[in-house]
Design a protein around this ligand. Structure first.
Ligand code: KG4
Ligand code: ZN
Length: 347
């Protein structure tokens, strides 16, 4: 009574760091008003991976179409938008630049604040589109380019407590899929195949005791050697058993390290983020591991695990509230550090 009605906050999110051109509109940091993703996977498939030049060209062709579509879906115009949030990095520099320049252009043309967002912060904040975050929390980030455990004591504050020393989990999936002659991106194919086989092949697990770091290159090499040795001996290995064995090895390490970190840090919530969070085996194993523990496990739906702009809008909303702004000198930073976003003075 007597209080002014608070206007809804609307953030436009833009994501072009890899092979998805994506624009979303996020209401009050947690609701998806629009979420449009134009995937380029078909164009990259025949090369067995993302070709940076092709990615950039697709982003240029798609960005204004996807932007218009997102505003239309949300049934808003740029005048209704409070701020433009864009992925500043990490990612492919040429791909990132298309999103950054599009964001700068619309922010300038409509006189809106520009908010830089870290891609991994985006993946983590995809969880806020399904549940309110409870701090302190730990996020298990498993994407094509990153595998890390991130501790968050509050909104917008990220502390990397462990990370991969070589390949990311998604990268290992994609490389193993290639050895098994499966199309790019290989993660979903291995996941499907793994459910048809049994983990009968003995593969290594890099525990790296005393650290929350990960390593998947030894496992990847072991899979490749297993295939080559069998070929040389004229034997055949059931691909579904190899997929199941590889997947079991990845999941065992991811789950154990996450459980250990949750116990050591005494957190209230565990978030799972990134493309590999779409993995059914991982989702089931985490659900089982956390079912008996006093901590809430949050895993976004598949469409919010892989690259999208809703997550950038969700993270952008928090960054906007923290007062984080960029001006028109904003540049793409391919190796951007997530801890640079911690600014205690602003929180
Ligand atoms: O987060 P993301 O969409 O892009 C990056 O920021 O890297 O992650 C893409 C990665 C790819 O390596 C892909 O193979 C993997 O996520 N991925 C999966 C599954 N779905 C996607 N890996 C395992 N199982 C899945 N179901
Ligand atoms: Zn990603």
């Amino acid at each position: 009574m007597g209080e002014l009605m608070k206007k809804d906050q609307l953030i436009l999110g833009i994501e072009t760091s890899c092979d998805e051109t994506a624009v979303a509109v996020i209401k009050n940091g947690r609701e998806i008003a629009a979420n449009v993703v134009a995937s380029q996977i078909e164009s990259h498939k025949r090369f067995g991976g993302v070709v940076p030049e092709i990615a950039s060209r697709h982003h240029v062709e798609q960005i204004t179409i996807v932007l218009d579509e997102a505003l239309k879906q949300a049934d808003v115009s740029m005048a209704d938008i409070d701020a433009v949030a864009v992925t500043e990095g990490p990612g492919l520099v040429g791909a990132l630049l298309i999103g950054v320049n599009a964001a700068k252009a619309v922010a300038f043309a409509h006189q809106k604040p520009l908010v830089p967002v870290h891609h991994i912060a985006g993946h983590i904040y995809a969880n806020r589109l399904v549940a309110e975050l409870k701090f302190p929390l730990i996020a298990l980030v498993v994407s094509g380019g990153h595998t890390e455990l991130v501790y968050m004591k509050e909104h917008g504050h990220f502390e990397v407590i462990g990370e991969t020393r070589d390949d990311a989990a998604g990268e290992a999936y994609d490389k193993v899929a290639r050895v098994l002659n499966m199309p790019y991106p290989g993660g979903p194919h291995i996941d499907r195949l793994a459910h048809e086989g049994s983990p009968t092949i003995d593969l290594p697990r890099a525990w790296l005791d005393g650290s929350y770091d990960f390593s998947f290159s030894g496992l990847k090499s072991a899979v490749i050697n297993t295939v080559h040795n069998a070929e040389q001996r004229g034997e055949t290995i059931a691909p579904e058993d190899l997929a199941a064995s590889f997947q079991a090895s990845v999941i065992d390490v991811l789950v154990k390290k996450t459980v250990d970190a949750v116990e050591e840090y005494g957190v209230k919530q565990v978030l799972v983020a990134g493309g590999v969070a779409a993995n059914k085996g991982l989702r089931n194993a985490l659900e089982e591991a956390f079912s008996s523990l006093e901590v809430e496990l949050v895993i976004p739906p598949l469409s919010l695990c892989t690259d999208n702009a809703a997550m950038i809008g969700a993270a952008g909303s928090v960054m906007f509230d923290k007062g984080i702004r960029a001006d028109l000198s904003l540049n793409a930073i391919p190796g951007l550090d997530i801890e640079l976003f911690n600014n205690d003075d602003l929180s």
